[in-house]
Write a protein that binds this ligand. Structure first.
Ligand code: 13P
Length: 255
């Protein structure tokens, strides 16, 4: 059974005090033994402060990015080992905002995901098509190509430790959520890609999150789709109550 995984991507939002307050509010809401894995992803500069709040609780810590290199003269970059040192269990890799605005390409995403795995973290590797690509009915082709370049080069023992996030670019921050069927279709395609590259057992193990305008009122339907194993939440994760309503919308898990 794949355990649901709900992660809040705070992006470039909040002050230090607000980050601490939000983390504290989530810790208060989180019962021990929740049926979903939960993580928050504050900006780099607040990771340490948030780590102090969530340490020893059921809330995991995720970074929003990392360097593909282990160390070196790379001004402004942050390594996987540094993130691990701060207590990060997860790191978001290849978010569409980084692919679109910061020129991250599949081969770099692949290197970053491997750097995270090397340091013992779980990369959350993002894929997703633009509106133009969807309108041109190229969604399946785009997803297959991103899967090929960002993930498929990994050996089986590594892909099992990865979380994939399907985030259609047109649904991010727009309030236009993918319909449960649209999301399910792409998740099923990703699972087929995993089956053909690896095998059915591995495809049945890897968790695939949906992201893009997930809100408390659309979460139940999305999270109940057979191949949707959680959510990567942006805007709605900046408020403890709305994020927690999404966490509690998750079913026990899918086989
Ligand atoms: P929104 O939930 O704000 O659409 O953002 C989704 C996202 O990009 C999460 O990584």
């Amino acid at each position: 059974m794949r355990r649901p995984f709900i992660a809040g991507n705070w992006k470039m939002h909040l002050t230090k005090a607000e980050s601490i307050d939000l983390a504290k509010a989530l810790v208060d809401l989180a019962p021990s033994g929740a049926s979903a894995d939960v993580a928050v992803s504050p900006p780099f500069v607040y990771l340490d402060a948030v780590a102090a709040v969530v340490h020893g609780t059921s809330i995991g810590l995720a970074a929003q990015n990392l360097s593909e290199k282990p160390n070196g003269a790379l001004t402004g970059e942050i390594s996987a080992a540094m993130l691990r040192d701060l207590g990060c269990r997860y790191v978001i890799v290849g978010h569409s905002e980084r692919r679109q605005f910061l020129g991250e390409i599949d081969s770099l995403v692949f290197e970053k995901a491997n750097a995270a795995l090397d340091a013992g973290m779980t990369p959350i590797v993002c894929v997703g098509e633009t509106l133009e690509q969807r309108r041109a009915e190229r969604t399946a082709e785009v997803i297959a190509s991103q899967f090929g370049g960002s993930l498929a080069g990994m050996d089986a023992d590594r892909i099992e430790r990865v979380v994939i996030a399907y985030e259609p670019v047109w649904a991010i921050g727009t309030g236009v959520v993918a319909t449960p069927q649209q999301a399910q279709d792409v998740h099923a395609d990703l699972r087929k890609l995993l089956t053909s590259r690896y095998n059915a057992a591995i495809a049945g193990t890897v968790r695939i999150q949906y992201g893009g305008s997930v809100k408390p009122d659309n979460a139940v339907e999305l999270l109940n789709q057979t191949d949707i194993d959680g959510a990567l939440v942006g805007g709605a994760s900046l408020n403890a109550d709305s994020f927690w309503r999404i966490v509690t919308a998750a079913p026990k898990g899918h086989d």
